[in-house]
Write a protein that binds this ligand. Structure first.
Ligand code: CMP
Length: 154
């Protein structure tokens, strides 16, 4: 039985400012994941504080909230077999210098505080984050032609 999952991915303000939206989206598309929701938005300080509430009190927390609210970002939901782990693998470790070659963070970034992408870290977090970032009517499931060549599921 395939474990079809959904996960939240953000292209953070540095990705937008550096003109990397297309490059980052392309990596998930090429991996075989399916985009089922996407929006371009600038989030409020309150929304950012809630999103990153788990880091509240850490030395980097204030800077993180400033960074994520400094400019628009792209919020997306990607779906696919084991999507949470697959996306995290494609994104790479939080610290870009520890990320594996070929990952987004390794290939396109150099410091943790400007690591381009956020991705849900577990099934529980993904569910919570998706609910927080997207209304049900902003999510679109669709049928991909030639699905068989990506996942064998058709
Ligand atoms: P993200 O995957 O969005 O989850 C939390 C974010 O906090 C992380 O990516 C980084 O952008 C940021 N972060 C985590 N650890 C540090 C750190 N030590 N210094 C600065 N920023 C950090």
């Amino acid at each position: 039985m395939r474990n079809i999952q959904r996960t939240l991915v953000l292209i953070k303000p540095d990705g937008v400012q550096r003109g990397l939206i297309g490059e980052i989206v392309s990596r998930f598309e090429k991996r075989g994941l399916m985009l089922i929701a996407m929006k371009f938005m600038r989030i409020s300080k309150e929304f950012a504080e809630e999103h990153y509430s788990i880091h509240e009190g850490k030395p980097f927390y204030r800077g993180l909230v400033e960074y994520i609210t400094s400019s628009p970002l792209v919020a997306m939901i990607w779906e696919g077999p084991d999507a949470i782990e697959a996306v995290r693998q494609t994104v790479g470790s939080t610290n870009p210098v520890e990320a594996e070659a070929g990952t987004i963070r390794h290939d396109l970034s150099i410091i943790t505080s400007r690591n381009l992408v956020h991705a849900s870290d577990s099934a529980e977090t993904a569910e919570k984050e998706i609910k927080k970032w997207f209304a049900d009517d902003q999510i679109f499931t669709w049928t991909r032609i030639h699905e068989d060549w990506f996942t064998g599921l058709n």
